[in-house]
Design a protein around this ligand. Structure first.
Ligand code: NAD
Length: 445
């Protein structure tokens, strides 16, 4: 092991026991002292050991035992990664990616290739030529490329531990049940499924099989979102009052599965409105009591024959917080939220995206309203999310966003549709406990 620097050991002090003899300090102590640099020395001297400070090599130094005060400055230097920060490839959790569409090709496979604990191990696709090409890019053996009919052959390879389902929403249940049956853990894209009954069946199947089920709520693994949730837990915003959020985009191709009720479960709400809903719950740490909503399905637009174009809903929470959310498939791309408390607010704009996220914080400073922008080194949300699943598999812990988290969102989405249909406020059943597992262990990311 390399020697520890003083800052790595905050308890370290510099001392020299003397009895009046002119003895030299122990060599490592001398080195430590010099490593602190002149600023550290000045700080130590100024910090009040006056008349009792011994400085290396200083003629006439006090020879009593001395203890320099600890250097308290936070360490902002970039740390070198420890050599064991990443698992060797053979020890990583192997993932079978099911469905090779946009999300798998553009985000998930690239993220898997720079995870710390996870690796791509198999592909399941209806297009073998495409899948073989992709497999070669990621070092996956041809024998680990399967089609949907031969999905169960994943059981033959024990190095595939997790099945990552990246299919249209209406297929999530079938592939979760099939994965659980062959003894694989499941990471399933959002929305979890297209009905409460299907979500429950997925939870039950994984529980019966003793396998883990995690829903890929990537924003819950994104550092800015996590910072905001922590600020709320630490009451930095005061009591929460309002949450306002929007997630909209234009959808073009009228033939795509996202506009098909059976495959998508709904329109803008389950696909992108879900981000607003889940953020309201995750960031506040509260569960809504009821909801009032409206949906819009324009006549004559071939895109919105089966599913809604847009949705607006207001959730009420036990503390008095309200969440006003909107989502549209026919608006220019716009993704944002603002969470207001009595003593401050935080907003992200853009929010919910894969990158380019920005966060601002409003607060009182010396009685004046002040605003600051916080920037955090961008990180791959998908890699963090996938590695969290791997940590859960390796250490046998419940994922932070388990099936119950997806089930609760599905319950609320069904209440939103019911409210829009009836024009009434719809109550949401109280939960006995939070749907979330322990917070991800930040230090493992
Ligand atoms: P996509 O249309 O690009 O890909 C879907 C894949 O499923 C394709 O490879 C397609 O061939 C395959 N497929 C198999 N059977 C199909 C069928 N009957 N009909 C249509 N396609 C079929 O979709 P996508 O954008 O990759 O989305 C996949 C899933 O990922 C969805 O559940 C979606 O909600 C989710 N998603 C999540 C995020 C996120 O940020 N977490 C982002 C985008 C999509």
């Amino acid at each position: 092991m390399s020697p520890r620097s003083p800052r790595e050991n905050p308890q370290e002090t510099i001392s020299a026991a003397t009895s009046g003899d002119d003895i030299a300090p122990p060599p490592n102590t001398r080195r430590s002292f010099l490593q602190r640099g002149s600023a550290g020395i000045a700080a130590a001297l100024a910090a009040g050991s006056a008349g009792n400070v011994w400085a290396t090599g200083a003629p006439g130094a006090d020879t009593n035992q001395v203890r320099l005060p600890l250097i308290q400055d936070p360490d902002t230097e970039q740390k070198e990664q420890t050599p064991d920060a990443n698992l060797p490839p053979d020890d990583r959790v192997g993932y079978a990616v099911v469905g090779l569409g946009r999300l798998s090709l553009n985000q998930i496979l690239p993220a898997l290739s720079h995870c710390k604990y996870s690796r791509p191990a198999a592909l399941v696709s209806g297009d073998r030529a495409k899948a073989l090409k992709v497999a070669r890019q990621y070092g996956i053996a041809d024998t680990d490329v399967l089609d949907y009919q031969r999905f169960e052959r994943l059981a033959d390879n024990p190095r595939i531990q997790v099945v990552y389902i990246v299919l249209p929403n209406g297929m999530h249940k079938e592939y979760t049940l099939r994965a659980a049956k062959i003894g694989k853990h499941v990471l399933c894209e959002k929305p979890m499924a297209t009905s409460v009954a299907d979500c429950q069946a997925m939870i039950d199947a994984c529980r019966r099989a003793g396998r883990k089920l995690m829903i890929a709520y990537r924003s819950q693994y994104e550092p800015m979102d996590r910072m905001i949730a922590k600020m709320v837990r630490e009451n930095k915003l005061g009591p929460l009052r309002e949450f306002v959020a929007g997630n909209s985009q234009n959808v073009g191709d009228p033939t795509q599965w996202r506009l098909n009720k059976a495959l998508a479960g709904g329109g803008a709400l389950p696909d992108i409105g879900l981000y607003c809903l889940n953020a309201a719950r995750f960031l506040s740490g509260e569960e809504p009591l009821d909801v009032i909503a409206s949906v819009h399905k324009p006549d004559g637009d071939p895109r919105f024959v089966e599913v809604e174009e847009s949705v607006q809903f207001i959730l009420r929470f036990p503390s008095g917080l309200t969440a006003t959310c909107m989502s549209s498939y026919a608006s220019h791309e716009s993704r944002f939220f603002r969470l207001q408390g009595s003593q401050g607010w935080v907003e992200m704009d853009p929010a919910f995206g894969y990158n380019g996220l920005r966060m601002r914080h409003g607060m009182l400073v010396d009685g004046k309203s002040a605003t600051t922008e916080l920037q955090i080194d961008p990180q791959d949300q998908f890699a963090r999310e996938i590695d969290h699943m791997s940590v859960c598999v390796k250490n046998d812990i419940t994922p932070h966003t388990p099936g119950e988290e997806g089930l609760q969102d599905q319950r609320i989405m069904e209440a939103i549709y019911e409210s829009a249909r009836t024009g009434r406020v719809v109550k949401i059943a109280r939960l006995a406990a939070s749907t979330r597992g322990p917070d991800p262990h930040e230090e493992t990311f």
